[in-house]
Structures are given as C-alpha cells and as structure tokens.
Ligand binder design. Structure first.
Ligand SMILES: C[S@@+](CC[C@H](N)C(=O)[O-])C[C@H]1O[C@@H](n2cnc3c(N)ncnc32)[C@H](O)[C@@H]1O
Length: 608
C-alpha cells in the first residue's frame, strides 16, 4: 500500500469523519493511476455551503471552496499553501465537480449516478451509502418516520386501498454511520476479557472450521515454476483450510486431555489416600505429582505451572460444557494462564450459555463430539436438525421450536421449514420472478456498472460487500425464548456492526394474502409479498422494538430485488429487533413489550 495512505493527516481525516473507507479508496485510486513523471499531490479542500445545499446535494453559486493544504504523494510530506495559491483556489464550486453524496468524488467512483433531487429525504451520508438512481434504485431509503408516504409509494397512484393487515415494509433509511464522540465525551466501555473469551467461542462455533481427528492424506506436489493455475491455487487454499482445521482439532484435543487430566489427578489423590490411610492430603498430592512427572519427564515446578492452566480449562469445561472449551479460540491459553476475569462472573456467564452453545455445536458441527472419544467422554448429539429448530433458554436445555407454539393450539401443530432462498409461488406468478426489474440488464450492477454474477470468478461487482459487508454464513444468531409475551425472538451471538447485513428476508414470494403477516415488496405496478407462514428463514422470528437495532433495506442483485435485515449496530448477546411500523401495530390487538422508554404502542389494548 502507498505510504501516503498511512499519513497522519489521512488517518485523522478518516477518524474525524468516522470513515475507514478513506484509506481504502485512496489506496485504490493511487493504484489505478498510470505511471507519472510529475510530483503527485493530494489536495485537501473544504467547501463552505448551507446545510440545505448538503441535504439536497446541489451546489449553489454561493458555495465557496478553499484549499487547506496538500500532501506530496511521492515523498509523503505535508505542504502548506501560499496566500497566492489560496486566492487562486478559493472559488465557488462548479456543480460539475460537486462531490456526490456518499463519495468523496474522484476516480474511485466508477459511475456517477443521477441524484433524485425531488426527494429531500435522500440525505447524503457516509461513504458506504449509494446514491439513489432516479429509476432503478439500488437501495430504497424511504423515511420510516413518515408512514403515509412510505405506504403511498408502495401502492398504485390511482388505487386507494386499506393496507392489508400487518404488512411489513422495507421503509427505513440506510443505517447512517455514527459520528464518533469527540475526545471530551464519556469514554466508551471496552469489552472485558470474559466478553472477548465468550465472543471468541461464539465466533469459532459459527465458523466453517471442521473439527476432525483423522489425519489428511499426503500433500500434493506443486511447482511454482510452472505457474499457479486456478486448480493449483484452489488446492493450496484447500490445504490451508485442511491444516488450519487440523491445527484447531489438535489444540482442542490437547485442551480436552489436559482438562481431563486435572480430573484424573484429583481422582488419583483420592485413591492414594485410600491406599495409604496414613498419608495427609499434601503427601497424597506430592505422590500423585511425582507419578505424573516420572511419565511426563518434567520437573515438578514445570508441571505445577502447566497444571494451573489446565485447571482453567477444566473450570471452563465445568461451567460451559465441553463445547465451550473445544470452540474457545487460541486466546483461551492466555486467559487461563493469567486467570483474567475468572473471579468476575465467568462461571455464571458460561453456565448461562452452555446449552445454547451445545445447540450450535451439535447442529453446525455434528462431528465435534468425536474429539471427546480421546477421553471416552463422547456421546450422541443432543440437538439435531437445523440450528434454528431449537429455541435456546438461559436456564436449561433448549426447546424444540414446535413445542414453543403449543399454546396456540394449532390443528396441525407448528411446522416451519427453514430455507436459505426465497421460493416463488408458481400458482401466482408462474415461472416469472416478480422481484426482477424490467429493462435492467441482470448482469450489470446498477451502481458500478460492473459485471454482477453469483459466480465468484465472473463477478466483478463489490457493491454489496462495500455496502453491507457480506452476509455471514452460518449466521451467528440463535432463536431464544424472550421469557415474555413476545414468545420467541432472535439473539445475536456475535456483534453485527452498524451497516452490515444480518440476513436476507426469505420466504414465499406470493401475492394477495390478507390478514396475515407479510412483507411488501416490488412497486405499485409490480407488487409482491413475502410470506413466512410456513417456510422461510430466521428473520420470521425477529421481534419489534420502538428503538430497533436493525432495519429492512432493499438491495438489487443481478436485476432482482432483495430485502435485507441490516444492522444499525447490534452488540453480541442482544436481541435483534426491527420497527414493524405504525400501520402494522394499528392492526395488532396487543401491547408492545419492547420495554423502550420511547415505546409507541404500550397502551394499544385496554386491560380487561
Ligand atoms: C414475526 S412474529 C415475531 C416472532 C414471534 N415473537 C414468535 O414467537 O413467533 C411477530 C409477532 O411477534 C409478537 N411480537 C413481536 N414484537 C413484539 C413486541 N415488541 N411486543 C409484543 N409482541 C411482539 C407479536 O405477536 C407479533 O405479531
């Protein structure tokens, strides 16, 4: 990467505007430049304008630009500006070079998209935000606070319909990046060591790591001199994964044996006291230690030091179960060595996630218990099937999802089929996908105009990744019992940073459903509904909050509209919530239980 990217001024700008993309965009722009003979400079300009001008993204003749300074790209130093230069640089900003919202302008913006000036609600924000094209929008960003507007734009202009009961709409704005609090503000709380240990366990259990106790075959032979073809590179990647997994498995095996060793050691001490009734406890311990040292070939002190760490492994396993130890990341060694936070509620925290962790381990890594064969502790999986077919509870074993709806007395019980992609209701739409936008080339991204494809090799568009950070698979979430009248909800096991996609809203693509929960999609001319009554993904279980930490957002991929759940900043361990909208609640005979001080629907229904 070019050194200028790390220049303190660039870093400061990035911090100031809370935009980590500044460096990335600068780096990619510099890389894209053809070789040059003259000294290159990075000029840092500012524009003085009215807030109206920013909101509407239209520059006026009154806007004044001034140059603050520049950095020499070639020798990475800051240059000052002479008064003469300042005079020549200060000028009204011509519209043609007005930076577009969400972009710093310049060559890294592949395509300038016309800004819809008629909509003052399209507020220009941080670098991740795409501009809304006038016809084929890339993301819908209709202000959620204005329900009437949001609804009217989803229905034909000449038709007045009473909204179907309990419609959800992707009617909120893209999560705007938070301004970082200035230095004088209250310092933010850093996650504790326990938080880090626990989030490491959840990350690992939701990673594609394959724990296996078998050894891989002999490695293939490669020659770099003959070049690296796609096949060879794929094989090398496979090898990396294989040995990474193997290393993880060996580490897990090692910790399992060591935790078990502590149990055996205590049991051996008890046996020695039975064999030698005259021995004190200390003598029995010494005897057991000597026996161990003679086999291990270690000094007593060496063994005592290691034992302290092994005791930590055992404590983790005793509270969080074997899964917590097996899926603990490499940090667990340091954690046990220095016993960071052991006395500060670790046991309680691990105990409360033990069964949820087992659900994730059993359903996502069904072979994980094989590792326990080494100490004859393996047993059958307790939880089988889809990871979201279990409702986790803090206080005990998880419940099968269907049993949590027994109170509804449904004639055929609660049956929900989990699937990863939407299915089109052929009775309504035949073979046509109503989400497809007519007249749009499905192979071309509407933002960057690059080729878009589901095939990683042919795809050249990175807009989704840049905007939403890519959808994590498997999603680090679980269904959980809220323990309130809300019944089930969705809990984030890992953090979802603000602006990242949590999942696509998946269900049956249909139309004409009335009186049931549906998500409205499409346009007034081509409406469709996403129905999650019988089939879909976990987004079906996301509850409402009047102060939600997530929102629905439209995105277009390969010419097809997709509705996403996007994080507004979801910390690990918190419930994922969205705002169902006023129109949804108007039709629901229930009080909202979100518990927010700003709750809008606490007193919808009078107590009987
Ligand atoms: C899409 S479902 C969400 C999952 C649901 N909690 C469950 O257990 O199946 C929507 C229903 O959940 C309940 N719900 C969601 N958020 C709620 C809230 N904040 N207060 C009360 N009930 C809520 C309402 O009954 C609502 O109709």
């Amino acid at each position: 990467m070019h050194p200028i990217v790390h220049h303190p001024v660039v870093k400061r700008l990035s911090e100031l505007f809370d935009d980590t993309d500044v460096t990335t965009r600068l780096a990619s722009t510099l890389t894209s430049l053809s070789p040059h003979s003259e000294e290159l400079c990075l000029r840092i300009d500012a524009v003085i304008c009215t807030s109206d001008s920013i909101r509407s993204n239209v520059s006026t003749a009154n806007d004044k630009s001034l140059s603050l300074g520049w950095l020499s790209v070639d020798n990475n130093r800051a240059l000052t500006i002479t008064p003469k230069q300042v005079a020549s640089l200060e000028s009204p900003v011509p519209s043609s070079c007005n930076p577009q919202p969400g972009h710093a302008g310049g060559p890294e913006t592949p395509q300038s998209i016309p800004v819809d000036k008629s909509s003052p609600r399209h507020k220009a924000v941080g670098g991740l935000r795409p501009k809304k094209p006038s016809i084929s929008a890339v993301t819908e960003d209709i202000d959620s606070d204005n329900d009437a507007d949001a609804e009217s734009c989803l229905r034909p202009a000449n038709v007045r319909i009473e909204p179907s009961i309990r419609q959800l709409q992707s009617d909120t704005r893209f999560p705007q990046r938070k301004r970082r609090a200035n230095d004088s503000a209250t310092p933010t709380l850093q996650p504790s060591s326990i938080d880090k240990l626990i989030s490491g366990i959840w990350r690992q259990v939701h990673s594609p790591v394959t724990l296996s106790v078998t050894f891989p075959d002999r490695s293939p032979e490669f020659s770099l001199r003959t070049g690296v073809s796609q096949e060879v590179f794929r094989a090398i990647n496979g090898l990396c994964k294989k040995y990474y997994d193997q290393n993880r498995s060996s580490r897990a095996l090692e910790m399992v044996v060591q935790a078990y060793w502590v149990e055996c050691y205590e049991a051996r001490i008890a046996s020695i006291r039975l064999e030698h009734p005259s021995f004190t406890n200390a003598e029995a311990r010494m005897t057991a230690l000597k026996e161990a040292c003679s086999t291990l070939g270690w000094q007593e002190k060496e063994l005592r030091n290691r034992m302290a760490i092994w005791r930590g492994y055992k404590e983790i396993k005793d509270s969080g179960g074997w899964a917590s130890l097996i899926f603990a990341g490499t940090g667990v060694y340091r954690f046990c060595k220095y016993r960071i936070g052991f006395d500060n509620g670790l046991t309680t925290r691990l105990r409360s996630i033990a069964s949820s962790l087992e659900v994730a381990a059993d359903t996502l890594h069904p072979g994980w218990r094989d590792i326990l064969r080494v100490v004859s502790q393996s047993g059958p999986c307790r939880y089988s099937g889809h990871p979201h077919e279990w409702v986790t509870v803090d206080t005990g074993p998880a419940w099968p999802l269907s049993t949590t709806y027994a109170h509804l007395l449904l004639p055929d019980g609660f049956n929900y089929r989990f699937m990863d992609d939407c299915v089109i209701d052929q009775n309504v739409f035949g073979t046509t996908d109503p989400r497809r936008i007519p007249g749009v080339d499905p192979e071309v991204c509407q933002i960057c105009k690059e080729k878009q494809s589901d095939d990683v090799i042919s795809n050249h568009c990175t807009c989704f990744l840049v905007l939403f950070g890519g959808i994590r698979y498997p999603p680090p979430i679980q269904l959980y019992s809220t323990g309130s009248g809300k019944n089930n909800g969705v809990i984030a096991r890992c953090e979802f940073e603000r602006g990242t996609a949590i999942a696509e809203f998946v269900g049956l693509i249909t139309n004409g459903i009335d009186g049931l929960d549906v998500m409205m999609g499409g346009t007034p001319e081509r409406p469709y509904q996403i129905f999650q009554g019988h089939t879909g993904n976990f987004t079906r279980f996301i509850n409402h909050s009047c102060q939600p930490n997530s929102q629905f957002q439209k995105f277009y991929w390969c010419g097809v509209e997709r509705i996403l759940v996007v994080s507004r900043g979801v910390p690990a361990g918190s419930e994922i919530t969205v705002d169902y909208s006023d129109s949804y609640w108007k039709k629901l005979k229930k009080n909202c239980l979100c518990g927010e001080p700003s709750c809008r629907f606490t007193r919808q229904v009078e107590p009987s």
